[in-house]
Design a protein around this ligand. Sequence first.
Ligand code: FPP
Length: 256
Amino acid sequence: MDETPAVPFHIAIIMDGNGRWAQARGLMRALGHRAGAEAVRRTVEAGRELGVRVLTLYAFSWENWDRPAEEIRGLMDLLVEFLKAETPRLRANQIRLQAIGRLEELPHRARATLQQVIDDTASGDAMTLVLALSYGGRQELVDAARRIAALVREGRLLPEHITEAHIASHLYTADLPDPDLIIRTSGEMRVSNFLLWQSSYAELYVTPTLWPDFTKAELAEAIAAYQHRERRFGRSQPSPRQDEAIGPAGRRQVVG
Ligand code: FPP
């Protein structure tokens, strides 16, 4: 058996530190976000080159709606600009775009552009890029609970038949495997309402690097650190090879 440790199938990143990056240079926050968008472009390319199959980026949290209107407008404009500029590169590299979150809360232009790029990249099979937008882990669980409760009310599901798999299948991430590795930049030791259900057994990697300074070398370093971890999934023995249990649709199978 090949003993080379696997590259994490799914990496999720809490991109943090755009504001501090700008402040340290005496620049407006907006320029920090712009440099952050460039780091997104670099990281998507790096993820694809390093063999990551799913890359989820926390691009706009539910809590970010509390920021000043001008900053929100700037972030949405940047998102639209980024999506339009990157579509040819995503297509050329067989990268499929997906989005998770309360997407209905996004401004119309951002939502329409997002849908357009999701449609235009649907055949990409080398990597899935997932943008978490208007995303909150608690809000996701509330939305799942509402949908499951509706099934119960309609008599289509008995409460005692609700399983972990039911809950997982009503999350925004229903079609995605759980993250293997979660990276957070800017040194903050918080989960910040990100993938609360899905991160149960994820390995965490926190770097002091501010997001706009994040590079391919740093992504490779995080992957190398992950490869030295012993994942147990709550068991007393290490798990089998981590890439053994991927199901046909890319969903991780429940092992043992
Ligand atoms: C945190 O910086 C970052 C965000 C608000 C989310 C990430 C946004 C980007 C990388 C911009 C562009 C994204 C795309 C997809 C084009 P912060 O403002 O919280 O930094 P601070 O904690 O230093 O103030």
